[in-house]
Write a protein that binds this ligand. Sequence first.
Ligand SMILES: [Zn+2]
Length: 349
Amino acid sequence: MKSIFAAALALACAAPAAGQDPHPTFASGTATAQRGQKAYGVLKVPAGSDAGYDIPVVVIHGARPGPVLAVASGAHGTEYASIIAVEMLIDSVKPDDVAGTLVLLPLINVPSFERMTPHVNPTDNKSMNRFYPGSPSGSQTERASYVIMKEVVERCDHLIDLHGGDLDENLRPYSYWTVTGNQKQDDFSKAMVLAFGLDHVIISADRPKDPTAARFLENAASTRGKPSFTAEAGRSGPVDIADAARLSAGVKNVMAHLKMTADPVTPVARPIWIERVVTIAAEQNGMFHAAVDRDARVTKGRKIGVVTDYVNTPLQQIAATDDGIILFVRAVPTLKKGDTIANIGVVKR
Ligand SMILES: [Zn+2]
């Protein structure tokens, strides 16, 4: 008995043979980590029809094998709470505590962050969460999306894409659960969403099913059979550290759920499922004066705000089109035709 025990102990203590560990080292872009290491680097987006740039990446390669979880934020570079959430993870997750690998992209849209431009990459005026799987010959956003596919999506088992209220949005926290139609995958991703911990969940049943036209980062992973989801928290401008902390804690909850750590995790027991999101868009240019805040419960017809001209003459009363929850409401007076005034989440009964 003793010799068998000793042999087993020796095996357990020995470095795993290459055949046992699918990733003795893990690389994403220029960040290469051995087991038990944290590596910092960049994804190089090459120059093309416009300039190239570097996307920061951190690989936390756990001391033991396990799932590869990618966490991205800053596709919209002024959704600050989500970006700060990933900065918190970079510092607080220790490789020794992890079975598996965490690939962190804290700031995909560096040009947006640097130039404080909401919604789009100012280099080519494209949203950086609409062009997956990208293209090596497209403009900067498409080339960046292509590099993220190769260096992150194709190398991970699961992906969480973090967003938040942009500069012009006061947003209440929620996750999206994408329904792909593959029951096993959908059950898996639903369990991840509930482990994450936000109690409002939007059911996304209308995302593209074609991996070559995935559009969204999460959907690029989901359409490749990798259970994944998106979560949002944060309001316009200054970082509410509680919003950032919720997203950061959510990622740790998912790591615990995936057995990447030994931490306890309590999934949301009674989530509020949102079956439909109704967008109220501006019909004209003007000045928006909000009458509700994020998370308000509204009934159809309830006043959401008023649009005036620039000498305070009312142009249009904005009313709720449905009963629901104000998922986000416009945070600033600036209003151009087509801008989103509010998103109302219609609760599943
Ligand atoms: Zn976003």
